[in-house]
Design a protein around this ligand. Structure first.
Ligand code: PGA
Length: 251
């Protein structure tokens, strides 16, 4: 199983800046990307085509949207469809990122609808889940992960997995805070996610990649991706500079 090294550029970078960063990243890693690594860049919408263009000849690289709406087209002002993302060169989309759940107010059900619709339309999905610090301290980790996975995957049929889906475990308290979850916390949560995926899909659940996200840096990436059930990382802040993200990709 290839490790999936994903960069979430959030609402940073103009289209030109994103293209330059993507081109630098490809130049830094093109000859050294190991066979067991796959890279996905999630830029903001106006940078999708330029980044896809910059990475066109970079083997092992693909591009994804940070959000999507579960309809092919229609009167949904401000939204974007899976087909429109694919038209810009996307192979992937993120659903359920904690900033969309907690800042924008997306429900578990909407995340589930986006996930199923995108897969049916031909995109691969990184479904993000994770607990807040209050939920963790109240001993609700298992319950939150189960609820977010159950509703997030409600419409995703067994025959679509594992190729079409990856799950990113991102504890909300570790995102953008510099507070990385410790190895025991990551191993515990990833084992729980693995159990839930196997309970849901049987043996194919073992082949679904589970990524860790939350303050991953060049300094801690190697240790994190070596942990049990960690099949890649989803990186925000430390993915914005080509040099920093290249060191994570090659960690
Ligand atoms: P961070 O963000 O690496 O800046 O903590 C991770 C994410 O939001 O996906």
């Amino acid at each position: 199983m290839k490790k999936l090294m994903a960069a979430n550029w959030k609402m940073y970078k103009t289209a030109g800046e994103a293209r330059t960063t993507a081109a630098s990243l490809a130049a830094l890693t093109a000859d050294t990307l190991p066979d067991d690594r796959e890279v996905v860049i999630f830029p903001q919408f106006t940078a999708l085509s330029p980044v896809a263009d910059a990475l066109r000849h970079a083997a092992g690289y693909s591009v994804g949207g940070q959000d999507v709406y579960p309809a092919a087209e229609g009167a949904y002002t401000g939204e974007i469809s899976p087909g429109m993302l694919m038209d810009c060169g996307c192979a992937w989309v993120l659903t359920g990122h904690s900033e969309r759940r907690h800042v924008i107010g997306e429900s578990d059900e909407l995340v589930g609808a986006k996930t199923a619709f995108s897969i049916n339309a031909g995109l691969k999905v990184v479904l993000c889940i994770g607990e807040t610090i209050e939920e963790r301290e109240a001993g609700r980790l298992g319950e939150v992960l189960k609820r977010q996975l159950d509703t997030g995957l409600a419409g995703v049929k067994g025959d679509a997995v594992p190729a079409a889906i990856a799950v990113a475990y991102e504890p909300v308290w570790a995102i953008g805070t510099g507070k990385v979850a410790g190895p025991p916390e990551i191993v515990e949560a990833h084992a729980l996610v693995r159990q839930l995926l196997v309970a849901r899909y049987g043996q194919p659940g073992n082949a679904i990649r589970i990524l860790y996200g939350g303050s991953v840096k060049p300094e801690n990436a190697r240790e994190i991706i070596a942990l049990d059930n960690v099949d890649g990382v989803l990186v925000g802040g430390a993915s914005l500079q080509a040099d920093s993200f290249s060191r994570i990709i090659l960690a």
